[in-house]
Design a protein around this ligand. Structure first.
Ligand SMILES: Cc1cc2nc3c(=O)[nH]c(=O)nc-3n(C[C@H](O)[C@H](O)[C@H](O)COP(=O)(O)OP(=O)(O)OC[C@H]3O[C@@H](n4cnc5c(N)ncnc54)[C@H](O)[C@@H]3O)c2cc1C
Length: 300
């Protein structure tokens, strides 16, 4: 047992895991273990865990719902923190919504609509947590998190509890410029009053569009590449002949070329090799260097 494990176990007891397999905590169902894993239930607990890791020079990261990650087969060194049930909450005051970072983004979308609040409909069908959605500036159908969030609360990499304005978060296309190691615990959204039936109709339409074009039934991590300016990654991949291309247990979906699916037992190394193959092929065929949207996590 190392010093970090000793300190964390002293405070969090059985909530600390050593060598915990992460694959089942991701939508891709891929990846090795975390050296240390802990579930925290308050900002103070999060602060203590992050401060301990920082003091001991151990890297730390937050795992959301794991729907945008490719975790290495070797796993993650240092500490992986997960926000527990206490962060799965939501408070509504007129058009202001405060949502805990562990709340499922889909549940937040549904809650807002049932309260007749407009602004989050774009999130219909985006899996993952509110925290992960903020970090990724998740978006679809012309909407994105950045349009509706006003402030983010969390803990810095050294354990300081802080609130950040929208500008300090630095939202950009499928990324943010959060301070290194910052873990989001909660966010405040400014929505607008809307007609509930019209909102329901809008999400039903978006759901149908999503269902028509995304692969179903096989583990994946959503879009593998970001859309380059003025183009769609899926079209470039399809033109380069990558639809259905396979490496071991991983393959580009034959339904949507920008999705890689785990056909069963895929290894992270195979997915990564397929990603590199695709980048090179697309560069050769169209001169575009695609940027991955999926995040590579762990020791490669
Ligand atoms: C079928 C499918 C469809 C998808 N469709 C879309 C789509 O339409 N649009 C879109 O934008 N995305 C889409 N995605 C990708 C993914 O769902 C989003 O990026 C989602 O917002 C990620 O949230 P998560 O909780 O799963 O984050 P994770 O995958 O767990 O983490 C993503 C990143 O955020 C960090 N992180 C997570 N939580 C926190 C936190 N509380 N504080 C600090 N850092 C944190 C992680 O360390 C990691 O760097 C799709 C994925 C799938 C599988």
């Amino acid at each position: 047992m190392n010093a970090l494990e000793r300190e964390l176990t002293g405070r969090f007891g059985a909530r600390v895991g050593r060598g915990l397999p992460l694959a089942d905590l991701t939508s891709f169902q891929i990846g090795g273990p975390a050296d240390l894993f802990v579930t925290v239930e308050s900002a103070d607990e999060l602060s203590a865990a992050l401060a301990a890791a920082a003091r001991m020079g151990a890297p730390a990261m937050c795992l959301g719902a794991g729907t945008n990650l490719l975790i290495s087969d070797r796993g993650v060194r240092g500490l992986v923190v997960k926000l527990g049930r206490n962060f799965d909450c939501c408070r509504i005051d007129a058009t202001r919504v405060a949502a805990g970072a562990a709340m499922a983004f889909g549940a937040l979308v549904e809650t807002a609509i049932e309260r007749g609040l407009a602004g989050l409909e774009f999130g219909e069908g985006i899996p993952g947590s509110v925290g992960g959605g903020l970090v990724m500036n998740a978006g679809a159908f012309g909407g994105e998190m950045a349009r509706v969030v006003v402030a983010v609360h969390g803990v810095t990499g050294v354990g300081e509890i802080r609130a950040l304005s929208k500008d300090e978060v630095g939202f950009a296309y499928r990324r943010t410029n959060l301070p290194a190691g910052f873990v989001i615990t909660r966010a405040d959204f400014a929505l607008e009053h809307g007609d509930r039936e019209a909102l329901r109709a809008r999400v039903a339409e978006l759901r149908a569009r999503r269902t028509a074009r995304q692969p179903r039934g096989l583990p994946n991590a959503g879009s593998i590449f970001k859309n380059p300016p003025g183009a769609f990654a899926g079209s470039l991949l399809e033109s380069a002949g990558l639809k259905g291309a396979r490496m071991g247990g991983a393959a580009f979906s034959d339904r949507h070329a920008n999705f890689i699916v785990n056909l069963g037992g895929a290894r992270a190394a195979e997915v990564r090799a397929l990603i590199e193959l695709a980048r090179n092929r697309v560069r050769e065929s169209s001169g575009v260097w695609l940027e991955p949207e999926v995040k590579f996590v762990g020791e490669w």
